[in-house]
Write a protein that binds this ligand. Structure first.
Ligand code: SF4
Ligand code: SF4
Length: 302
């Protein structure tokens, strides 16, 4: 009997997403991840605990948050993370500037499904649906199991974006419930993969093959970063792996960007932000040419 949970830890739900699959989609970001990619744009996803986020640029120093805090903290001035903060959210409620927020809250399947049900018409007419992302969504497979069944009942299709680092046997009943997989391949050299993400790539490559064998369509996504994986040798090896083991999978290159930096600041994690170089259009085009030379198609969404 597979394990189920009616509640999960959600980082956020992003409506009207048009870059995470066909049609108009809602992306559900689930908390928790085993990898620690040095370029991660969602560091709030690393741990599933509720946490206070502060957007300094929005703050007008009205001090309403300090008056509301039951812990007698000054949320707009305090060092973060702060052990005394219980992430109760009282300060968030009184901040009219939306300078404070809570990341990673417990949500019930009912709560999420109610909201998604309201958008069912948009999904149907645009050919869209729901995309699960994270963090690593399969870490919350018990919650996804409940959500996937509920979405299936409503006729809403589900896609998933995964880093591939999860226990396949624990989630294999879920794989056919998805209409499409996005799987990230960060580096073909396991030692390099470990250097940049904290984990080797063996489990990810194995899982890629196991998922592919189920017949669910797949897109390989590469967060493309000059100092990490843009060299021809790595791109050739990735293309060879796809050609030999995932022959119908499509490719999508996601050029590194620095948009995540603001998140590190809002979480009090500036010191963890590592700056890399964004590839030029010519470099991305050259990388795509390598995949095309192996007969691999570039991902396109309807
Ligand atoms: S309530 Fe909001 S705007 Fe006012 S001081 Fe606190 S964080 Fe800043
Ligand atoms: S989340 Fe709660 S405990 Fe933390 S600073 Fe805000 S009001 Fe205080």
């Amino acid at each position: 009997m597979e394990e189920c949970s009616n509640t999960g830890i959600v980082i956020q739900m992003q409506d009207y997403s048009i870059h995470d699959g066909d049609g108009v989609r809602t992306t559900i970001f689930l908390a928790g991840c085993m990898l620690r990619c040095q370029w991660c744009a969602n560091p709030e996803s690393w741990t599933p605990n509720r946490k206070l986020v502060f957007y300094r640029h929005k703050c007008v120093e009205c001090m309403k948050c300090a008056q509301a805090c039951p812990q007698n903290l000054i949320p707009c001035k305090m060092e973060r993370p702060n052990d005394a903060c219980t992430a109760c959210g009282k300060c968030v409620e009184v901040c009219t500037q939306k300078a404070l927020d809570i990341a990673c809250s417990e949500k019930s399947a009912d709560e999420l499904v109610k909201k998604l049900e309201r958008d069912a018409l948009f999904f149907r007419y645009s050919g869209g649906g729901v995309t699960f992302s994270g963090g690593e969504p399969f870490l919350q497979h018990k919650f996804m199991r409940v959500l996937l069944d509920r979405l299936e009942e409503l006729g809403i299709n589900s896609w998933v974006e995964t880093c591939g680092y999860f226990d396949f046997e624990a989630v294999q009943d879920l794989i056919p419930k998805f209409s499409h997989f996005f799987l990230d391949l960060k580096h073909m050299d396991s030692a390099k993969h470990k250097e940049f993400t904290g984990c080797g790539n063996e489990k990810i490559l194995e899982n890629a093959k196991k998922i592919y064998a189920t017949g669910v369509p797949m897109t390989i996504r590469i967060p493309t970063i000059v100092e990490v994986n843009l060299d021809d040798n790595n791109l050739e090896k990735t293309a060879q792996f796809m050609k030999n083991s995932l022959p119908t999978a499509t490719i999508e290159l996601l050029p590194y960007h620095e948009l995540g930096k603001a998140k590190y600041i809002s979480l009090g994690m500036e010191h963890k932000f590592v700056k890399f170089t964004t590839p030029t259009e010519e470099e991305i085009s050259h990388a795509y040419d390598i995949f095309k030379a192996y007969g691999i198609e570039i991902a396109e969404y309807k």
